[in-house]
Design a protein around this ligand. Sequence first.
Ligand code: NI
Length: 163
Amino acid sequence: MAILDILVYPDPALRAECSDVTEFGDKLKKLVTDMFETMYLAKGVGLAAPQVGIPLRMFVADWNGDRHVIINPEIYSSEGAERSDEGCLSFPGIYEDVTRPEKISIRYRDENGDHHDAAAEGFLARVFAHETDHLNGRLMIDHLSALKRTYLRKKLEKKVRSA
Ligand code: NI
């Protein structure tokens, strides 16, 4: 097991276009294990591969003790809208209201390559939507106003410089 470095905004790798996972072997299983370890240490509920500098379409999540390994996800329908507090391990210490769907339907593969079709609602739907955004180079901050974006970018740049 290994703890991976979590990239912090505005690291350009967070904007990477991610490719589908095509190899479902031991290397992928090790990455899944490392991503869970890294996420638990950072006390996050979700972590996407591009956040650790790996441009692959996959993320891990743990909500209420349920572990989710989501590979090559496609959110093919969504319903409703809910505005709520959201954080991200790439925006340490920042929590902002973001509007997300109340319910989603998602197709994905797991670390064995098996196909799944699932529904999620409430907080889990929010996590899945947030993490799937990461795989498209889209970040929490993109859902906020331009003014708020500029303010948060300056705040995080200052934090990176003083680290
Ligand atoms: Ni995030």
